[in-house]
Design a binder for this molecule. Structure first.
Ligand SMILES: Cc1cc2nc3c(=O)[nH]c(=O)nc-3n(C[C@H](O)[C@H](O)[C@H](O)COP(=O)(O)OP(=O)(O)OC[C@H]3O[C@@H](n4cnc5c(N)ncnc54)[C@H](O)[C@@H]3O)c2cc1C
Length: 456
């Protein structure tokens, strides 16, 4: 059989097939991180699973690398590739909810904003990312950390089924009963196994949460971090907040004369009974006086979009991350040395808690194997001006170097940087070898390699 040509691909798919000579090529090749400037041979804006299958066939038959794009947020730019094929699922964003079964289905290109809006209508929710523009698929396939992790596990722990276009162009189901090995691998093995065109999640009763950001002087950072490490060990699991080093953005709730200064923030989210929220959040305020706060009851989708304004598409990104079992005094020293030097208002350091329900899943039950970690700190460098790249990347690297000795060897695949390829084995941790076996079964020729790649 001759390989599919672009002309034949255009006949096969419903969505736009965009090549370098097309007017909208530059828009089609752009991803969220403006530092990524790649030139794919073709971007296919898939409309459905059949379009995805045609795109996979085209890449395989022409022996071209294939990038999968959902929300486009991958910091190392896994949603695009030089001289290859981009399967862009951003046109596939439907989310449907079955309130009786408490299951929600997201199409492969849906964002967390799409998901939360749809489930909120039924007063249901699941663990998802804290920025609404992030893709449901990309975030979930790597693990998925959010405000509800301690109560309901990672996003991947709530994944009960998926539809996947595999390397041979077939569409298969992955559930506990059908291709269970594939479902296992999708829960943390990232985009290595196929293009996921639909994801089914367990969703839980939740409408509003109590929380929001609180701002504290840096002189209280040590006390707050020490309090947090002790409190989070057995805090009620409906509590899902985290401390953050952050420059005060020009927001109305922060005194104008403090805008632009670095602080330690605490972002609280209480997903239990609302009338208990104030009491739990006031425990943080007992540690140190607040400079400013924007705390109260709010819809769950609102807290999950509270940071959106700080992180628009088109900025420069360089991130590093590790997992941490214990926030030791030495680790806190390292945070105190580097966190206050955060160089840009868009940059931040979040120290997410990933204990509670996420730790009740066994390390080999799902591909995400870091079940002994209590914290997932991320040093998220984000700034608008490419002229500032050197200084901002240096801040992330220095910070990371100082915290790495107090962290696990592996990090979170979703927060990995472009220079993190040598950490792939450690990032997949205890499950690496089993992931290789599943990879051999579903993608023996490594068609899906534009990711934290598991080599077959
Ligand atoms: C601003 C921002 C906020 C973030 N917040 C969080 C957070 O709160 N919690 C958290 O855990 N992570 C968070 N992340 C990290 C995020 O999980 C990863 O960047 C993730 O890869 C993004 O997925 P995406 O679909 O948006 O990205 P894309 O760049 O579109 O995809 C990234 C990779 O995911 C895989 N992928 C995406 N869609 C599919 C699909 N349909 N089928 C198969 N593979 C697919 C592919 O390997 C792809 O290359 C954040 C990232 C950013 C930039």
């Amino acid at each position: 059989m001759p390989a599919t040509t672009i002309a034949r691909l255009r006949q096969r798919v419903q969505g736009p097939v965009i090549t370098p000579t097309d007017r909208d090529y530059d828009e089609a090749r752009a991803v969220y991180n403006a530092m990524i400037d790649r030139l794919p041979a073709v971007v296919v804006r898939a409309q459905d699973a059949a379009d995805v299958a045609a795109t996979v066939d085209y890449a395989r038959e022409n022996e071209l690398p294939l990038a999968i794009r959902g929300g486009g947020h991958s910091v190392p730019g896994f949603g695009t590739v030089d001289d290859g094929v981009v399967a862009d699922l951003s046109g596939m964003r439907t989310v449907s909810v079955d309130p009786a079964r408490r299951v929600a289905r997201a199409a492969g290109g849906a964002t967390w904003g799409d998901f939360n809006e749809a489930t909120h209508e039924h007063s249901l929710a699941t663990t998802g990312g804290i920025v609404s523009t992030t893709g449901v698929a990309g975030l979930t396939l790597g693990g998925g950390i959010g405000y509800l992790t301690r109560g309901h596990g990672l996003a991947c722990d709530n994944l009960v089924g998926a539809e996947v276009v595999t390397a041979d162009g077939r569409t298969v189901k992955a559930t506990a009963d059908e291709n269970a090995d594939l479902l296992w691998a999708l829960k943390g093995g990232s985009g290595n196994f196929g293009v996921v065109t639909a994801l089914d999640f367990d969703v839980h009763p939740l409408s509003d949460v109590y929380g929001g950001p609180m701002v504290f002087e840096l002189e209280h950072a040590r006390a707050l971090l020490e309090w947090y490490r002790d409190f989070i060990v057995d805090a009620p699991e409906q509590f899902g907040g985290f401390p953050a080093f952050q420059i005060a953005p020009p927001l109305p709730f922060i005194p104008e004369d403090r805008h632009g200064e670095p602080f330690i923030f605490f972002v609280a989210c209480w997903a239990g009974p609302l009338d208990e929220g104030e009491a739990i959040v006031s425990r943080i305020k007992d540690v140190a006086p607040v400079v400013a706060e924007h705390v109260g009851p709010m819809p769950y989708p609102a807290i999950n979009s509270a940071f959106d304004g700080l992180v628009p598409a088109g900025m420069q990104h360089y991130w590093k991350a590790n997992f941490v079992r214990e926030l030791t005094d030495e680790a806190i020293d390292a945070h105190l040395e580097h966190g206050p030097r955060v160089p840009a208002v868009n940059s931040t350091v979040h120290i997410y808690p990933i204990n509670g329900a996420a730790q009740r899943v066994g390390p080999e039950e799902a591909a995400f194997g870091h079940r002994d970690a209590t914290f997932a700190p991320v040093i998220a460098g984000m700034w608008p001006d490419p002229a500032q790249n050197e200084a901002n990347i240096a801040w992330v690297k220095d910070y990371y170097a100082a915290t790495a000795p107090h962290s696990e060897e592996g990090g979170y695949v979703n927060f990995a940087a472009s220079d993190d390829h040598d950490r792939v084995r450690a990032n997949y941790g205890v499950n690496y070898h089993r992931l290789v076996e599943v990879k051999r079964r579903y993608d023996p020729d490594n068609l899906f390699r534009v990711n934290q790649n598991i080599k077959p």
